[in-house]
Design a protein around this ligand. Structure first.
Ligand code: NDP
Length: 255
């Protein structure tokens, strides 16, 4: 009997796969049989993530990329095709935040968040599209947030970028569904990573409240995202496209 979640022989690119949620997802995809390109800016973090996946029996390569640089993203897809001969899955996960009241952002700070989180997702998705179109199949997983659904008093540009990621996801899904390409978004709840650790230090009271407001009663960990990512990367989700699915311990289900 075939296993619809099996990714053996498939190739995934995970942007920001060198740490946090991206690494949790990359490990999940590698565990399901995919070869994984770990694509981040920091070469040392890339190498360490690859070493961890290989030590666990997976196949991975490190790729230095800046998702806001079209040339760098083109080189990322070319290097993946050179090494593996195909690309089946893109996880557009790279993202940043910078928390402050809306009136305190400079235009440069606004642009940096929108560029990496939203424009970077667009640049990576359109970069893999030719390979997906030629193959007649492909899976794109974008990463939204609870702030794709809710507003955040100290997360204006981040919320705008993550709302935009979901709308972009739906638009790509509609455009590319006829060509066998599925595009879905994962909306992580509050996950313990470098990104949120900085925020915990800045606003400890808000971050303590998150635990009590999460029905599961805990912060998420990067490995919590792996199961849904494997599903959305696999043939098990071939009729699922344009969705935005929370992995949040029930946070967004509660009034
Ligand atoms: P981390 O800070 O741990 O990871 C962010 C990753 O993005 C790093 O691997 C970083 O790599 C990479 N990255 C950042 N900018 C670029 C760039 N310009 N080009 C390439 N890679 C880049 O954060 P998380 O794991 O928490 O975040 C991952 C994603 O999940 C983000 O999109 C974030 O918005 C989203 N998210 C996180 C939540 C959480 O609670 N943690 C909740 C909801 C969404 P490098 O250091 O090498 O540049």
């Amino acid at each position: 009997m075939s296993n619809p979640f099996d990714l053996t022989g498939q190739v995934a690119i995970v942007t920001g796969g060198n740490g946090g949620i991206g690494l949790g997802i990359a490990k999940g995809l590698a565990g399901a049989g995919a070869s994984v390109a770990i694509a981040g800016r920091d070469a040392a973090k890339n190498a360490s993530a690859v070493a961890g996946i290989e030590a666990a029996g997976g196949t991975a390569i490190p790729l230095e990329v800046d998702v806001v640089d079209e040339g760098s993203v083109a080189a990322m897809t070319a290097a993946t095709l050179d090494r593996f001969g195909r690309i089946d899955i893109l996880v557009a996960n790279a993202g940043i935040n910078n928390r402050k009241p809306p009136e305190d952002y400079t235009l440069a700070e606004w642009r940096e968040i929108i560029d990496i989180n939203l424009t970077g997702t667009f640049v990576c998705a359109t970069a893999v599209h030719p390979a997906f179109r030629e193959a007649g199949h492909g899976k794109i997983i974008t990463i939204g947030s609870m702030l794709s659904l809710f507003g955040g008093a100290i997360a204006g540009p981040y919320s705008a970028s993550k709302g935009g990621v979901v709308q972009l996801t739906k638009s790509l899904a509609v455009a590319w569904a006829p060509h066998g390409i599925q595009v879905n978004s994962i909306l992580p709840g509050f996950i313990d990573t470098d990104l949120t650790r900085a925020g915990r230090i800045k606003t400890p009271e808000m971050f303590a409240r998150i635990e009590s407001d999460t029905p599961a009663g805990r912060w998420g960990i990067p490995d919590d995202l792996a199961g849904l990512a494997v599903f959305l990367a696999s043939s098990a989700s071939d009729f699922v496209t344009g969705t935005a699915i929370p992995v949040d311990g029930g946070y967004s289900a509660q009034m």
